[in-house]
Design a protein around this ligand. Structure first.
Ligand SMILES: [Mg+2]
Ligand SMILES: [Zn+2]
Length: 196
């Protein structure tokens, strides 16, 4: 598979000059993580997630999804499955009058993803969205359930990284004293506690 086939970016908004963004991990942060989700019927939006998106949108933040999807590189499912899940998630958002300004996905498995630049903990997805939407990374926030989300936030130079306990969060947070970050880190239970 060609390198370009392993990355997806979908931009729906027009660039807004130096806009801050809320970068969101998907699985385990915004939605329940059943592991390698490939079926739209598996989507369970976590409680309090959509009100948090509303708070950030009202505060002038762009909403950007940044998701590692190694199930594609591992051959567990394809981009057509990913697209169906993504479309259903957008429906859930649309029911609450929300939409992502951009969605980025890296399909690389960890071996090839270590050098692709996009797979978190690399900052490539945040940087790509920032380039497309003219975002101000230094005023942005990144939230996720894994250390790799926090490290991607650190590498991208955002203002604040936020770690949640949903998904893999409680398991990952055990080691948080070893994370070695320069970015400021907030630790919260879930998106219901996330404030701009
Ligand atoms: Mg996650
Ligand atoms: Zn990649």
């Amino acid at each position: 598979m060609a390198e370009g086939d392993m990355h997806r970016v979908r931009v729906t908004a027009t660039p807004r000059r130096s806009c801050p963004a809320l970068f969101l991990d998907r699985d385990g942060t915004l939605v329940d993580d059943p592991g390698y989700m490939s079926d739209p019927d598996q989507i369970v939006v976590l409680p309090g997630a959509l009100p948090a998106l509303h708070r950030f949108r009202s505060a002038g933040f762009a909403l950007v999804l940044v998701t590692n999807q190694s199930g594609i590189g591992r051959g567990f499912f394809g981009w057509d499955d990913y697209d169906k899940v993504a479309a259903r998630l957008r429906q859930h958002l649309a029911e609450q009058e929300l939409d992502f300004d951009a969605e980025c996905a890296c399909g690389h498995a960890p071996d090839t993803g270590a050098t692709c630049g996009w797979r978190k903990p690399s900052p490539g997805m945040l940087e790509e969205a920032a380039r497309r939407l003219d975002l101000d990374l230094s005023a942005s926030v990144m939230v996720g359930d894994k250390a790799s989300d926090v490290w991607a936030a650190d590498a991208a130079g955002v203002d604040r990284a936020v770690h949640v306990l949903t998904g893999a969060g409680s398991r990952e947070r055990v080691d948080h004293s070893d994370w070695q970050l320069s970015v400021s880190l907030d630790m919260i239970d879930d998106l219901s506690a996330l404030l701009p």
